[in-house]
Design a protein around this ligand. Sequence first.
Ligand SMILES: [Zn+2]
Length: 97
Amino acid sequence: MLPEITIEYEVDGIPTEADSVSDDYLSELLAHSGEQIRAQVSRKLNAARCPEHDHLPRVTVTAQYDTGTEQMELSYHVDSCCQNGLLRAVSALNRQG
Ligand SMILES: [Zn+2]
């Protein structure tokens, strides 16, 4: 079983879908980044199962792209079964690599 990961995109603060962006380069960039984020978050969270409830956290990642600076920032929203599960998930996400 894999952790449930939802990826949302915002471009210059406006929620958007990667495949509905008219700019081909940006659309490609968002889709590609989304895949990388999903793989990375999934790898980190596989070790973050709650030992008490045997439950994997559910994560929503918002990828915020700024066309001015061409930088992408990520923010995470984590749902878990309990406080302990949540703490494990958050510390796994904060781990580097
Ligand atoms: Zn739990």
